[in-house]
Design a protein around this ligand. Structure first.
Ligand code: SF4
Length: 208
């Protein structure tokens, strides 16, 4: 583990955020399964990182109750209800848009369900590749706005003002001219409850 990662884990520890380092996605998936007993229900937000870990499928196979708003064939109302239930599950899984080397975690959201889950679920596990580490909070916010969100707009064909050229124009990215994706921003600076928030930092590039 290099010094930068050791320092980041130490910065999280000072903020009451328990962090572990995993070499790769397979080790990270096994760590999530270890952290989440079969008896607990699970909510999650849409995430390329979680998709790359195939963790939702593995939790379902293992017998966890998973509130999955992305099930094929469900209605929009059913999907919204599953997002609501997921944000109140025993454990919430997510990835961040960016990590600051100083210890803050940055999350952007459209509907807010993942903000609710991350901010208030009894247990939260945030899994991130090292590609999401930035030098400071300003750089983390910039990464979320100028890298992650435009790519997500493209992936989901979401009509944010950055859809066509990946340039954030947040001053004009409003309704009805555009469909803004990053409507809510959560910055986690620290955690009060011991052992509520865990970060799994993975030593490879994952997600956007
Ligand atoms: S504010 Fe709009 S233009 Fe900027 S990143 Fe978000 S969706 Fe894209």
């Amino acid at each position: 583990m290099d010094k930068k990662i050791k320092d980041l884990i130490a910065a999280w520890q000072k903020r009451n955020i328990h962090a572990v380092y995993c070499q790769d996605r397979e080790e990270a998936a096994r760590k999530i399964l270890e952290f989440v007993p079969q008896s607990l229900s699970v909510g999650f937000s849409g995430s390329m990182t979680l998709g790359e870990l195939e963790i939702v499928e593995r939790l379902k196979e293992r017998g966890n109750k998973v509130f999955d708003p992305y099930l094929a064939g469900i209605s929009r109302d059913e999907s919204l209800n599953l997002r609501k239930l997921g944000s109140q599950a025993d454990v919430y899984l997510a990835s961040a848009n960016a990590l600051s080397q100083t210890g803050e975690l940055v999350f952007f959201s459209g509907y807010g369900n993942r903000i609710a889950g991350i901010a208030y679920a009894p247990k939260v596990i945030v899994t991130c590749g090292i590609n999401k580490i930035t030098p400071n909070l300003d750089a983390a916010l910039k990464r979320a706005r100028e890298h992650a969100t435009p790519l997500n707009c493209k992936r989901l064909n979401w009509a944010g003002a950055c859809l066509k050229d990946s340039v954030c124009r947040k001053e004009v990215c409003l309704f009805p001219e555009y469909k803004r994706m990053c409507c809510q921003i959560l910055i986690i600076e620290a955690e009060v409850t011991p052992d509520r928030l865990k970060v799994i930092l993975v030593g490879e590039s994952l997600g956007y």
